[in-house]
Ligand binder design. Structure first.
Ligand SMILES: Cc1ncc(C[n+]2csc(CCOP(=O)(O)OP(=O)(O)O)c2C)c(N)n1
Ligand SMILES: [Mg+2]
Length: 630
């Protein structure tokens, strides 16, 4: 018996009954142990970019028959792709990078996964232990640097720890409130040999993944609903990560309570359902915002002391399920649902009373809570059917539906004259392109987005029917997210149509991933709403800075008549089919060609930059300041 086996067996005996169960493997190098652990976790794809400190892992990955290693062309693309995979499936996405610059390129992806509670396991190579702290080549303290944006992290210092660490990493990433976990492995650990012990169980002191509401709390909620006249369900990404959409639907239908979601919650409740208010917040529907906070007369801008009068009351009961009262949802938080009783259910106790105090806080897995609520409601059907409230909501929906129109200003704008060559009536508004995509995909595609105006329109003009259908960087708002995320989603769901609705600025930030898509035959598509500007910033310039342009033009100032850069030429350089569409009459056919393509594809849609996303509640303001029509 060699020395390592002895240690492994001793450890097995010493670690108590739970850990005793497990399996001893043959002697292997640390890098092979890690890959064996990934296989045991059921990992089917990893987005990994090699370098000196992670080559051992890559060598081991070439020996795996189960894991597909996808080489992104930038580690940020790899992290976003892993997130796209995770958002589309609910299973942890896995990315890998070398130490130093490789690892730092993952940071935005980690922060994104942290903000949106996405399960992600990021494995990084680290300089050998003997070099740590010496400023070795490509050394960065990745563990330290990522602490504020991870759910948990490990720096592995003993090759024998790899199986336990990997098992815990996946468990932590995927349970409770999901999130990113970093596993940093020095090169000498990857090279060290041992006989691994793969534990079956997990024991984590202080980590409580499962939490359940008590019947007392749930009955109190039912009592509040009985007493309520104007209840609203405000539901977020927690419903999706908690796999509780079916339960939410049953609950809403049984109680007849209207449902608004956050952008993270899009698809948690079918948006074509009569009880749906679509999403709320800064660019949410006017009727969702009114239903939560009430309708006010417009503010008199000339009188700073004017207090707008409430015209109609909003919710008297807000059932906030799996949400975190993000400022893009609440605006001025004290005024958000000011007169309603707030019930807040969340799996993460640190969310309770963080941004908005709750009258009834409940820490629970939302699927359990909804299942049990449904049981209670089934036993004792609700008497309250909220007829008057539904009338009010219907009136609001009729008063302020989402809509757009081609204005004279757009048609006469220099931008349109430059690009439409006398056929300005044929202008394609961004909203039209998304509607065409919605129709031509039957509303069935998985949509990813960049960040900006196009992202908001993608939320508004595509209706989401099922969870995990809209994959968007919501909390962090990371431009460049859309295309790599679409690749990750397509790897996870090869039989689904996956389309990135992107902005010209955002798409350019990870355009190199077209190479990954082409070489790996990942048929992720991009529809770029190309306004030649950082449109969302332009919108704020128009509203708050008298349209003074502060570096928001992306075209070539010396040749404004040409579209710059030429995405079609660039895509062709990657051997990716691409097309540009400028006139409305050509739009549908062009979108159809994109949808029907079996390859990655870029559709460059030229749109005006003068459109504003409406409704719009300026940051930190209230529903009384909502601009919902021009
Ligand atoms: C990485 C990153 N840098 C900067 C920003 C700030 N930002 C938010 S939206 C936006 C404009 C995005 O432009 P584009 O992708 O073309 O979308 P559009 O608004 O024009 O639809 C910018 C610069 C950001 N969100 N992310
Ligand atoms: Mg743009």
């Amino acid at each position: 018996m060699n020395k390592t086996t002895e240690t492994a067996e001793k450890r097995q005996a010493a670690e108590g009954p739970e850990r005793e169960r497990g399996e001893l493997g043959p002697t292997m190098k640390g890098c092979d142990i890690l890959v064996a652990c990934l296989e045991r976790e059921g990992v089917e794809a990893i987005f990994a970019y090699p370098g000196g400190a992670s080559m051992e892992f890559h060598q081991a990955l070439t020996r795996s028959k189960k894991i597909r290693t996808i080489l992104p062309r930038h580690e940020q693309g790899g992290a976003f792709a892993a997130e796209g995979y995770a958002r589309a499936t609910g299973r942890a996405g896995v990315c890998m990078a070398t130490s130093g610059p490789g690892a730092t390129n993952l940071v935005t992806g980690l922060a994104d996964a942290f903000m949106d509670s996405i399960p992600l396991v990021a494995i990084t190579g680290q300089v050998p232990q003997s070099m740590i702290g010496k400023g070795g080549f490509q050394e960065t303290d990745f563990f330290g640097m990522t602490l504020p944006v991870v759910k948990h992290s490990y720096l592995v210092t003993d090759v024998n720890d790899i199986p336990r660490v990997v098992k815990e990493a996946f468990y932590i990433a995927q349970t409770g409130r999901p999130g990113p976990v970093v596993v940093d492995v020095p090169k000498n650990i990857q090279q060290a040999r041992t006989q691994p012990f793969f534990p079956k169980g997990i024991r984590l002191r202080g980590y409580q993944a499962q939490r359940k509401a008590s019947d007392l709390e749930l009955n109190e909620i039912i009592g509040l609903i009985e007493k309520s006249e104007r209840p609203v369900l405000y539901c977020g990404g927690g419903i999706i990560s908690g796999n509780a959409s079916d339960e939410l639907r049953e609950f809403a239908e049984r109680t007849q309570i209207p449902v608004t979601t956050t952008i993270m919650g899009c698809g948690a409740f079918p948006e074509d359902h009569p009880l749906s208010l679509r999403w709320l917040g800064m660019h949410g529907t006017a009727y969702a915002n009114w239903a939560v906070s009430g309708e006010f007369e417009p503010r008199d801008k000339k009188d700073p002391n004017h207090v707008p009068r409430k015209i109609a009351s909003g919710a008297d009961l807000l059932l906030a399920f799996g949400v975190r009262f993000d400022d893009r949802v609440t605006g001025k938080v004290e005024k958000f649902c000011e007169t309603g009783t707030i019930v807040h259910i969340d799996i993460d106790p640190s969310e309770i009373n963080k941004n908005k105090p709750a009258n009834l806080p409940v820490v629970s897995d939302i699927k359990y809570a909804l299942q049990r609520l449904n049981e209670l409601v089934r036993k004792e059907p609700q008497r309250n059917r909220f007829a008057k409230w539904h009338e009010q909501v219907a009136a609001w929906k009729a008063k302020a539906p989402l809509g757009y129109r081609v204005t004279k200003e757009v048609i006469r704008s220099q931008h349109m004259t430059d690009h439409l060559h006398g056929q300005e009536n044929e202008v394609i508004l961004p909203q039209m392109a998304i509607e065409a995509l919605y129709e031509l995909t039957g509303g069935e595609a998985i949509i990813t987005t960049g960040v900006g105006q196009h992202q908001m329109w993608a939320g508004q003009y595509y209706k989401y029917k099922f969870p995990r259908q809209l994959l968007t960087s919501a909390g962090l708002g990371a431009m460049g997210y859309g295309y790599p995320a679409a690749m990750g989603a397509k790897v996870a769901c090869p039989d689904r149509e996956v389309i990135d609705i992107d902005g010209d600025g955002s798409f350019l930030m990870n355009i190199q991933e077209l190479a990954t898509a082409h070489i790996e035959k990942i048929a992720a598509k991009a529809m770029i709403l190309n306004n030649q500007h950082l449109g969302m910033v332009v919108q704020w310039e128009d509203r708050f800075y008298e349209s003074n342009r502060g570096h928001t033009y992306l075209g070539d100032p010396e040749n404004t008549k040409a579209i710059y850069p030429d995405f079609v030429k660039i895509a062709h350089g990657f051997n990716v089919p691409a097309e540009r569409v400028v006139y409305k009459r050509d739009l549908r056919a062009a979108v159809k060609r994109m949808v029907e393509s079996k390859e990655p594809y870029v559709l460059d849609v030229i749109v005006p930059y003068t459109e504003h996303v409406l409704p719009f509640i300026p940051a930190g303001h209230t529903v009384a300041d909502m601009i919902w029509k021009e």
